[in-house]
Design a protein around this ligand. Structure first.
Ligand code: DHE
Length: 522
């Protein structure tokens, strides 16, 4: 092993008594402090570069990380280190950044406040759109290939704007109720707000170290951020993203938990939160008329003790719903009174009624699908929910009254996303994994049969479909670094146009989202 400008005595001292693996991690730590800390932070929590923690790097295979350290990352400020570091040293740095921190890092209010950036004073924003496109038929396209966003005109399919995003956005882009603003969450905890009238970035803030997803309230006043690291929810003022409250996530015994996901339950005027490590679902109301919540607990997390029982004033008092099992994520019925969900590894799903606040049925779901993927539609006069599975070659169609599975539609492989629209008879589902990952099945909602399998670019992953506001066109991603959006006529299933994009992971139509189309995610 070669060393970089490090006194031998220091190394000997550091490595004394360490196992081989730990020694490499230590060696990596030293190189990290010299070469990487300036951009990624002394504590690995990120600075101008992203956070380098195993939780944040879960989507990046170690082999790929080695390549990035050696060769840099195109279109970013990440340089390559192959000329400065040996292969062994690069491997040591990778070992270090994939090693867990000794303690769950904190990200308190002061740090959140210090990260706040207002790019454009909200008071200076125009009253009308400064472009000629239909503001409700825009698509926000997240391009994870080079971490950019494209705003696409949904009538002409021409890009209106393209700008850099924070590193690794995940989850759907969320709109203000009038569709004017779009909000993004990154896995690194950054939340960004963009104005679709002036095509300008409004504000950004880092609300966590490793964030799960964000939700926007139906009154347009709040953004709720659910974090993996630290174990917290963070409420932001939607206007300029200034922080309003940090809510630690813990049960009555002080056991803390990661947030699996947070969603806005629009008719309830509340946020519903799924938790990964506590058997509870939380409801936090922002309804100004909501009753105060009694009997919540204040914890001293460091001591693991309950210190007081308090009344939580609204907004955002915590209403706890105890459940039988953990809930990794869930899906709402159209009325938002019931949620269907499951733990990732559970044998059965569960249906929980949010009004009676308990489980009301078991669900024939052997494992939870990738959420944000299910759709609702009418099948023979019954409301059904359909979703692909991450580990099974099928789409489950479930009756939302009896909670029984109506049909399992066999597919060519496990899928990630399913989409439809009120104005089409078809539902589209991708085959994200395996040799048929280039395939998209088109299912007839009236017969639950696959009527066509499209292969937009043979050999290249095809995924994530979203419709134009009128449902006439379906946009499919070619999920490759040099990928594309392929526009299909939703009736003839013929290709209409191809727009080059850098791994367009998801696309979100303003109208369909703000009108809560049953064919898409909200
Ligand atoms: Fe996602 C949405 C969870 C891996 C791309 N994903 C979501 C949501 C959740 C979730 C809870 C809904 C949040 C929302 O929209 O507000 N995703 C998970 C996982 O638990 C999982 C399996 C593992 C993980 O790493 O977290 C996972 N997701 C992925 C990917 O590997 C994908 C394909 C690529 C990526 O960017 O990481 C991916 N997830 C997406 C996308 C959405 C999403 C594009 C939004 C879908 C939509 O149309 O709304």
């Amino acid at each position: 092993m070669r060393w970089l400008n490090v006194p031998v005595a220091a190394i000997v001292l550091m490595l004394a008594g360490e196992s081989a693996g730990a020694a490499e991690t230590k060696a990596g730590q030293i190189i990290y402090q010299q070469q990487c800390a300036a951009c990624h932070g002394d504590d690995r929590l990120g600075r101008i570069g992203p956070a380098l923690l195993p939780e944040n790097l879960r989507r990046l295979r170690k082999k790929k990380a080695l390549k990035v350290i050696a060769n840099g990352r195109a279109a970013t400020q990440m340089p390559g280190f192959s000329k400065t570091l040996s292969a062994e040293q690069i491997s040591d740095v990778a070992d270090y950044v994939y090693s867990k921190l000794a303690a769950v890092p904190d990200w308190p209010m002061e740090k959140i406040k210090a990260s706040h950036i207002v790019h454009t004073d909200p008071a200076t924003l125009p009253e009308k759109p400064e472009h000629n496109a239909d503001p409700l038929n825009l698509f926000t396209v997240v391009e994870t290939g080079d971490h950019h966003i494209t705003i696409l005109d949904g009538d002409t399919f021409e890009p209106l704007a393209r700008f850099p995003s924070r590193y690794a956005l995940h989850g759907g882009a969320k709109y203000s109720p009038d569709g004017r603003y779009v909000y993004f969450g990154s896995r690194d905890g950054w939340v960004s707000k963009y104005d679709l009238y002036s095509l300008k970035l409004v504000a950004e803030i880092r609300a966590g170290i490793n964030t799960r997803n964000i939700a926007v309230s139906s009154d347009g006043n709040w953004v709720m951020v659910g974090n993996f690291l630290p174990h917290s929810l963070v409420v932001l003022n939607a206007k300029d993203l200034s922080p309003f409250r940090v809510i630690p996530v813990a049960d009555e015994d002080g056991k803390t938990s990661r947030v699996s996901a947070v969603y806005n339950a629009h008719p309830r005027q509340s946020f519903i939160v799924a938790l990964k490590d506590i058997k509870e679902i939380w409801e936090l109301s922002y309804d100004p008329e909501a009753e105060p919540i009694y009997g919540n607990f204040v914890h001293n997390y460091r001591k693991g003790q309950v210190e007081a029982v308090v009344v939580h004033e609204q907004p955002f008092g915590i209403r706890r719903i105890k459940i039988d099992d953990y809930m990794d994520d869930f899906f709402f019925d159209q009325a938002y009174s019931e949620v269907m969900g499951a733990a990732r590894n559970a044998k059965k799903g569960q249906v929980v009624n949010l009004d009676v606040r308990k489980k009301v049925a078991d669900l024939e779901l052997s494992s939870m699908p990738h959420l944000g993927s299910g759709i609702i539609f009418d099948y023979k006069g019954r409301e059904v929910m359909a979703t692909p599975h991450l580990r099974e070659n099928s789409v489950s169609v479930i009756d939302m009254e009896t909670w029984k599975t109506v049909k399992r539609i066999e597919t060519l492989g496990p899928g990630f996303f399913m989409r439809s629209h009120e104005n089409t008879n078809y539902a589209w589902v991708d085959v994200f994994f395996g040799e048929h990952r280039d395939a998209i099945h088109v299912i007839d909602k009236r017969t639950l049969e696959i009527v066509k399998t499209l292969r937009p670019e043979p050999g290249k992953t095809a995924a994530h479909v979203e419709f134009t506001r009128d449902g006439r066109y379906a946009l499919v991603s070619i999920w490759e670094k040099d990928g594309a959006l392929v526009v299909y006529d939703a009736k003839t299933l013929e290709e209409v146009k191809r727009i080059p994009m850098k791994k367009p992971s998801g696309k979100y139509n303003v109208y369909n989202k703000i009108n809560l189309s049953a064919g898409t995610s909200h």
